[in-house]
Design a protein around this ligand. Structure first.
Ligand SMILES: [Zn+2]
Length: 95
């Protein structure tokens, strides 16, 4: 079980949160102009890296805010939790 730090509420049990996937994924600006394979790539394919990954999480049963978690996918160690739009500490770049 993970303990996740909401940047607004503090450390809580993972059951209060929902993961929204990789933070680096950006919705295409004009999805009506991209091909079906490219749209499928955006919808269904993930990098699933081994190691550091930045993910979107929402505090579903708390404040309802979305934020970014930097998590090691091997150890599940959480390195930081930041409000949306904040940058991770230098040297902590992840996909
Ligand atoms: Zn919260």
């Amino acid at each position: 079980m993970l303990l996740i730090k909401c940047p607004y509420c503090g450390v809580r049990d993972q059951t209060e949160f929902r993961c929204g996937g990789e933070a680096s994924r950006a919705r295409p600006d004009h999805p009506e102009h991209i091909s079906d394979p490219d749209w499928a790539q955006y919808l269904f394919y993930r990098e699933n890296p081994k190691g550091l990954l930045r993910e979107r999480w929402v505090h579903r049963y708390g404040c309802g805010q979305w934020f970014i978690v930097s998590r090691d996918t091997v150890t599940h160690d959480i390195l930081d939790s930041l409000p949306m739009g904040d940058l991770p500490p230098k040297g902590r770049d992840a996909p």
